[in-house]
Write a protein that binds this ligand. Structure first.
Ligand SMILES: [Zn+2]
Ligand SMILES: [Zn+2]
Length: 103
């Protein structure tokens, strides 16, 4: 199984997202949207669902922030560590916006 960590263009806000330094990034640090490409392990790229995943909640455990994402197409839930350059101040706001537009 190969882990892929490449730069990409966000499918939601169209910003160019550089590689994350330490983590295997799969969500946008600006709007937190990602594509459903991983199966059970972040970075495994083992599913071909391709739906959009939106943040639905977050939790802080042992001082580390984890973001919960849900796929709009298949409903799959994912949890991901935040990346260092995530615009975490706006996460709350985005979760609210996505809740209103998705449900
Ligand atoms: Zn984005
Ligand atoms: Zn999916």
């Amino acid at each position: 199984m190969k882990k892929i960590n490449e730069s990409f263009i966000c499918i939601n806000c169209w910003k160019n997202i550089p590689q994350a330094l330490k983590t295997c990034r799969n969500h946008c640090p600006h709007c937190f949207v990602s594509l459903h490409v991983d199966s059970d392990i972040p970075g495994d790229r083992a599913t071909d669902c391709g739906g959009r995943m939106y943040p639905t909640a977050y939790e802080i455990k042992n001082g580390q922030l984890k973001i919960c994402f849900q796929c709009k197409v298949c409903g799959k839930l994912h949890r991901n560590k935040r990346a260092d350059d995530d615009e975490i101040d706006r996460l709350d706001e985005y979760i609210k916006i996505y809740k209103e537009t998705l449900y």
